[in-house]
Design a protein. Sequence first.
Length: 180
Amino acid sequence: MKSMQELFNETLRDTYNAEKQIVKALPKMEKAAQNPQLKMMFKEHLAQTQEHVKRVEEACKMLKVRPAGKICHGMEGLIMEGNEHIQDFGGNEVGDAALIVCAQKVEHYEIGAYGTLITWAEEMGRSDLAKIFKMTLDEEKQTDEKLSGLAEKQVNRQAINMAEPATAKKGSTKEKVSVR
């Protein structure tokens, strides 16, 4: 039977891989974004995510766990979906709305992972680890809130008001783009 510590270590390694995948994806998202504020958010979050990687490495070092070697398939799927959205919707206001929804899915995935790691660390008497993860969790939540704010104040409205292609106008109804 495997232990809770083993589950914790595997979840930590999974989270490390997720963060590494995000570091690779964010420059593509920044490049695809049209809205200057969204571009800046992706650029800033890249620097923040690089710090998240360092924090996970620090936690792994404290536990004497090798961080590499695990693939986060959940993040792989979210990034694949993001790449599809960039291809299908990129280059305009609708593409920015698509980028935000994909980014928020990533943030929510990370919020779940870090929330779990904090709870487990506290329950295992590792408040030192919980403190490290709490910094990252707070930053992920702030990023999610910023994305929501940008979507609600600008991007969604711009995407909705964007002229529809002539072929889509025939018999179609407008759908509201939502990020929550």
